[in-house]
Design a protein around this ligand. Structure first.
Ligand code: ARG
Length: 505
């Protein structure tokens, strides 16, 4: 290269001009972010390409300069695709510094032009938004896959009754499929929450400058379009200084974690010897180093346990944000590590939950035996009396007395003699409970959203329909983005080849 950039500047820092002494070594290490924000490199390169084109439109870069700059950016991208380990040796302060140094190394003084009119404050906000959009869509896919597995289990185990509980006490019989679909409802809402977080992130800050805006008349809408954003941010101070899109994402992740953790709790209990409702798949259980008989539900326990750090990430960023003055503050650098980690953990938790759930076997005989305990039909007994004209509260009292008489006689209440029953209420008639079976108790709950077989069949069909819609929504979304983005460095290579095909580069 013709220029010798290092001889023209006393160091290659992005901000060294007014400083006379070197930074304290410990502080220097303390303030660096490259070790984690390098994950944003694919997005940084995409933003840089868009910015170079925008600078050409306002006459700062010539066509040739843009071409050279974009080629140099592409070269970094290809290197990243090949083997990202070249990043390990870098002494860059952050991902923005890394790219500028690489451009200067490659292009000489031209490399110093790209930062015209822009700030790392808007760059980092833009890169991070792009990351969140991609991350949300990759988790949406995973949650939809998990929903599919829940649906499969609900179909495969259709017709099996189980004891429904409240307060962990036997309440009323339900269908196992109904129980499984309860979890599907929760995870369906998580897909919507991820979508919401993605929409929150979907606004381009570029052109906001360090805080005040851009003085070169840069085409903000054009850059946003170039990057696949559907809108631009409305206020430059807000654009560089807020991270509520990240909070929305962490809150969606916390929702998923909470739902996974509750499901995990159910399965840990169901796998216990006292319940013995499920057989855990060997692939997702572990043993004890001491007790040979053990088969522990570690997959579910770890999912439940890891939920703590996901909630911690949300609480951490909320706390970081709460005292910040308007506009960019360096505290905001703290937004990334915890969010990256939370994203990675949720991806792993969903993968494990999907695998373990798919391979779990439900023990029909045991579930049916527990669900057939007549204590679970006590409400049906009260309903019987209601149908015979007794006000519900009195019917409730009568069945309460029947139950305590049965306890005294040490037999199921449905087997008390008619004489005993009529001593408590004359409304009881011959064979009043003879037809009272678990199937019948379930069949009465035929409202939409209830546990009767027909209602559950409709719910299964509705879930299938919802999954289809979610799938086609994701498909359309990925086709509508002009830019394919990647979540991780590892995924960058696949993404890039797709971008090339799409844009015909
Ligand atoms: N590493 C910084 C962050 O993550 C990038 C922006 C730095 N801006 C600054 N003025 N120091 O927020």
């Amino acid at each position: 290269m013709s220029d010798s950039p290092t001889s023209e500047r006393k160091d290659d820092r992005l901000w060294g001009g007014r400083f006379e002494r070197e930074p304290d070594k410990a502080f220097d290490a303390f303030q660096r972010s490259f070790s984690f924000d390098r994950r944003l490199l694919p997005y940084e390169l995409a933003v840089d390409r868009a910015w170079a084109r925008a600078l050409q439109k306002v006459g700062i870069l010539t066509e040739v300069e843009v071409r050279d700059t974009i080629n140099a950016l592409e070269a970094i991208a290809s290197e990243l695709d090949g083997d990202p380990s070249f990043l390990d040796g870098s002494t860059a302060e952050d991902v923005h510094h890394f790219v500028e140094s690489a451009l200067v190394h490659e292009l000489g003084a031209l490399g110093w032009k790209l930062h015209t009119g822009r700030s790392r404050n808007e760059l980092v906000a833009t890169d991070f938004r792009l990351f969140v959009i991609d991350a949300a869509s990759s988790l949406q896919r995973q949650v939809i896959d998990f929903l599919t597995v829940i649906l499969e289990q609900a179909k495969a185990n259709f017709g099996i009754p189980m004891a429904g509980m409240t307060h962990m006490q036997h309440a009323q019989p339900i269908l196992l499929s109904h129980f499984l679909l309860a979890h599907a409802e929760a995870f369906s809402r998580d897909v919507t929450r991820l979508q919401h977080a993605s929409e929150s992130a979907d606004a381009c800050p570029m052109g906001s400058g360090a805080l005040a805006g851009n003085s070169f008349g840069i085409d903000r809408e054009g850059i946003a379009r170039d990057l696949g954003f559907s809108r631009i941010t409305a206020n430059s101070l807000d654009a560089v200084g807020d991270r509520d899109f990240a909070l929305d994402y962490l809150s969606a992740l916390s929702g998923i974690a909470t739902h996974l953790s509750r499901l995990a709790e159910d399965f840990v209990i169901f796998a216990s010897q006292e319940f013995a409702y499920v057989i855990l798949p060997d692939e997702y259980a572990t043993g004890s180093s001491l007790m040979p008989q053990k088969k522990n539900p570690d997959s579910w326990e770890l999912i439940r346990g890891k939920t703590g750090r996901i909630h911690g990430a949300l609480l951490g960023l909320l706390t970081t944000m709460k005292g910040l003055p308007t506009s960019y503050q360096r505290d905001l650098q703290e937004d990334k590590e915890a969010l990256f980690a939370a994203h990675d953990q949720i991806a792993a938790m969903l993968a494990i939950a999907t695998g373990a759930f798919a391979k779990t076997k439900f023990k029909e005989d045991r579930l049916r035996a527990v669900a057939s305990n007549p204590v679970l039909f006590a409400t049906e007994g009260a309903d019987y009396l209601v149908h015979r004209g007794l006000p519900f509260r009195q019917a409730h009292d009568v069945i309460g007395k029947v139950l305590s008489e049965a306890e005294r006689q040490d037999k199921p209440w449905t087997q008390l003699s008619l004489e005993d029953l009529q001593k408590i209420s004359p409304l009881f008639e011959k064979d009043c409970f003879s037809g009272l079976t678990v199937e019948k108790a379930i069949a009465t709950k035929s409202v939409p959203g209830g546990t009767a077989a027909d209602s559950v069949k409709l719910a299964i069909a509705a879930l299938q329909e919802r999954i289809n819609i979610l799938h086609s929504g994701l498909h359309e979304e990925s086709q509508s983005k002009s830019l394919k983005r990647s979540v991780s460095e590892a995924e960058a290579s696949e993404t890039k080849s797709k971008t090339k095909t799409q844009t015909g580069e």
